[in-house]
Write a protein of this length. Structure first.
Length: 525
């Protein structure tokens, strides 16, 4: 018999047995700078590199969110050898929590029996099984399924005064994906992309929904249908105090739609010729009073009618001296201010652009004063941080499939996992939002070894973080709270338990009353 043929493996690499015969697992002797060590490969003891995951799994069990997500997953399999929908969803969730951003990375979790058991999985499936499972979810059914569970993750927070932030982000693509078209891509011009139109609960940093569009559909209008549909699914008493966005949303269609729904808005306006003419007019009104609105800015109010608007609207004009501004954008504006402005005849002219100020124009239908509106819009800068976090730390920049529908479903699953983790992190460490770059090492950085005796499973967990002593005290406090909720499961249904968890998060993180015109979703001082 050919020796090479006889020694070939009968199964592919992904399905081989976990343990090797004793003869193939000798004791290894190694000399290291720290001395001599002896080591063997142990494929039998259940261990996990995500040891503290057990505490997050308890959070999912008490909230009932993960059970509900798996219970009505629209994945239909006919083969008896097909994986369960729970295994597919749980494997992807574990990969997202571990910081993976490619389907191929899920192979690193393949034999983590401890993590699989914590989520009630029969096994961790392969990357191909996850891809095929997501592909089996149809577009309409998957959209309703994921939007329903996304709404369940944040709906309990909307009874308070809150602000809705809307914005878009670009995801560059490097293959032949469906919908990979050329569009606005400032960081990689000429690179095909997808565009994510996203809606947020401001400051709380919870994702309401995300609409994935082809790269050419980057303008704000392509995301407004999803925004209004999102609001229509909510009771009127849970609608936001206002919608906030940048200059892409300050156009007639968006403004009229908000006015028809009697909802407040606060958008930036492009510095069109009419907007610049208004600034010139205000600068020449020497009796006009400019109000101090903080951080070196001054503001005043006026009325403006742009060529694309159907009527005049209230605007707030703010200015700041360029020499007091900081950052690359301010430096570029300072350089432009130093250039002379010439007419066609070559004569230098003096307009408001020649003054030592930079300007912004905001349009709103809110009755609040300038001193309230400008700081309220300034807080919109926080909306850029979740984009950076989700793209670089949670997988929005990856998990790409050729089918466009699969990219949409995965984006919503990532947003759901992000919401769960953000609320869990606030429960453990209240006071402010912690990005995954810091919260994941703090709350997932550790190992666990599982033992079983007398029918009881025990986990020996070790936190591998410098703040482990303080984290242990906080985790013990939260575990006691969650276990008390689970112990009273006969009296409390999952929805009631979830409401109690939300109440605790609000109590520990947010003030009881919102100031006039401000969002309640701001960390308590």
């Amino acid at each position: 018999m050919n020796e090479r043929w006889g020694s070939s493996e009968a199964h592919p690499w992904g399905e081989q047995e976990k343990s090797a015969p004793a003869a193939e697992n000798p004791e290894l002797v190694m000399d290291t700078p720290g001395g001599r060590y002896r080591a063997i490969f142990d494929d039998e003891t259940p261990v996990s590199a995500l040891g503290p995951l057990v505490f997050f799994a308890q959070f999912l069990r008490a909230s009932g969110q993960f059970e509900a997500l798996c219970a009505d997953a629209p994945m239909e399999y006919r083969s008896p050898n097909a994986p369960a929908a729970r295994d597919v969803i749980g494997t992807l969730l574990l990969g997202i929590l571990a910081g993976h951003w490619r389907y191929a990375h899920l192979t690193a979790l393949r034999f983590d029996e401890v993590a699989a058991g914590l989520l009630g999985l029969s096994r961790i499936v392969s990357e191909d099984s996850v891809r095929r499972g997501i592909k089996r979810v149809d577009q309409i059914g998957g959209r309703a399924w994921l939007q329903r569970h996304l709404q369940s993750s944040y709906e309990g927070f909307l009874s308070n005064l809150w602000v809705l932030d809307i914005d878009t982000t670009v995801k560059p693509l490097y293959g032949r994906q469906q919908g990979a078209t050329l569009g606005y891509n400032p960081h990689k011009p000429g690179r095909p992309s997808h565009v994510y139109h996203t809606y947020w609960v401001a400051s709380l940093r919870l994702c309401l929904d995300v609409e994935v569009r082809p790269g050419r559909e980057h303008s704000a209008g392509y995301g407004l249908d999803g925004l209004w549909a999102q609001l229509e699914r909510l009771p009127r008493e849970n609608w936001p105090h206002l919608i906030r966005g940048d200059c892409h949303y300050g156009y007639e269609g968006c403004l009229v739609a908000a006015e028809q729904r009697q909802i407040g808005y606060l958008f930036k306006v492009r510095r069109t010729p009419r907007a610049r003419a208004l600034i010139d007019e205000l600068e020449h009104l020497y009796e006009l009073r400019w109000h101090d609105v903080g951080q070196g800015w001054e503001g005043t109010q006026a009325e403006l009618s742009l060529s694309g608007w159907s009527r005049r609207r209230r605007v707030v004009v703010v200015r700041r001296r360029l020499r007091e501004a900081r950052g690359p954008r301010a430096e570029r504006r300072q350089a432009r201010q130093a250039l002379p402005l010439l007419t066609a005849a070559g004569v230098e002219v003096a307009t408001c652009e020649r003054l030592d100020y930079e300007y912004q124009v905001l349009v709103t239908n809110l009755p609040h004063g300038v001193e309230t509106l400008v700081p309220l819009y300034r807080e919109r800068g926080d909306a850029e941080n979740p984009f950076d976090e989700l793209k670089n730390q949670w997988g929005w920049g990856g998990f790409t499939t050729r089918a466009f529908t699969g990219c949409q479903h995965t984006a919503r699953l990532i947003a759901l996992a992000y919401n769960w983790w953000s609320l869990y992190a606030r429960l453990i460490d209240p006071g402010q939002h912690h990005e995954a770059l810091t919260s994941r090492p703090r709350l997932l950085g550790g190992v666990a070894r599982q033992t079983e005796h007398a029918g009881q499973r025990r986990l020996s967990v070790r936190l591998l973080h410098a703040q482990a002593p303080e984290l242990k005290r906080r985790i013990i406090r939260v575990v006691a709270f969650l276990q008390e909720l689970i112990a009273t499961a006969e009296q409390l249904d999952p929805l009631t338990r979830w409401q109690r968890i939300i109440r605790r998060i609000l109590l520990e993180n947010y003030p009881a009353n919102a100031p006039d015109g401000r969002t309640l979703c701001a960390p308590a001082s």
